[in-house]
Design a protein. Structure first.
Length: 232
């Protein structure tokens, strides 16, 4: 039987993403989040407007979306109550956050150079997506008390790095969902997926290639142009 309810949050379960950005002084920042959804080679990221990551995204216009698997949960949890913002925003301070400058050391992860953006990738994450910001929108701007406190960033992927073991046998451009075990956050707690497909999917009969967006070609062209500029 259904009953009325007013949960304080509605985080029913989404993949965890650890966003890598560059601070104003050139040092790297890492921030775990789970307010994300995907369409083609684009993602929408929901962030607090006062966060260090939001400030970095607005200033630099780029980032790396590091996707941890369930195996990297310890590193993500070590980052969970840290912030690169100094001083710590009042709302985060009230929730127990502390300022940490060296996020890679805090997570016990290793930074590695990206190909198309300045932000570094996290070696331990099996999937790393280099991206640029295409748009930034306010959330709840209709409420004067909330205006500016929540932001959504539309980012476009420019380069995808995937551990080879996650690829479908015989297809270098397709992730095998039976091999990829994303870390899931649901109502502030960590979970993983079932070890096998739950039920046959009619949607899976559609070839993934039919969803391929022009952003893939755009990313290739941008990388080619960048290489030519370096060579010249």
């Amino acid at each position: 039987m259904h009953v009325p309810s007013e949960p304080a949050i509605l985080y029913f379960g989404t993949p965890v993403v650890v966003i890598g950005t560059v601070n104003e002084d050139g040092t790297p920042n890492l921030a775990p989040m789970s307010s994300v959804f995907w369409l083609g080679w684009r993602a929408m990221l929901g962030l607090g407007g006062a966060s260090q990551t939001a400030q970095n995204l607005r200033r630099t216009g780029e980032c790396v979306l590091n996707l941890p698997s369930a195996a990297e949960v310890d590193g993500v949890n070590r980052l969970a109550l840290t912030t690169g913002a100094d001083p710590v925003p009042a709302m985060k301070l009230a929730r127990g956050y502390r300022h940490v400058k060296d996020k890679f050391s805090a997570a016990r992860w290793t930074a590695m150079e990206s190909e198309t953006v300045a932000a570094p990738r996290a070696l331990q994450c099996p999937v790393q997506l280099e991206a640029v910001v295409e748009a930034c929108h306010g959330i709840a701007d209709d409420d004067a008390a909330m205006r500016g406190r929540l932001l959504s960033f539309e980012v476009r992927i420019r380069r995808v790095h995937v551990e080879q073991r996650l690829l479908q046998d015989g297809d270098a451009n397709r992730i095998d969902p039976d091999k990829w075990r994303p870390l899931i956050m649901s109502f502030q707690k960590f979970y993983g997926l079932e070890p096998a497909q739950l039920h046959a999917s009619s949607l899976a009969q559609i070839p993934e290639q039919m969803y391929r967006s022009k952003d893939v070609d755009r990313a290739r062209e941008e990388r080619s142009t960048a290489r030519q500029q370096v060579a010249g």
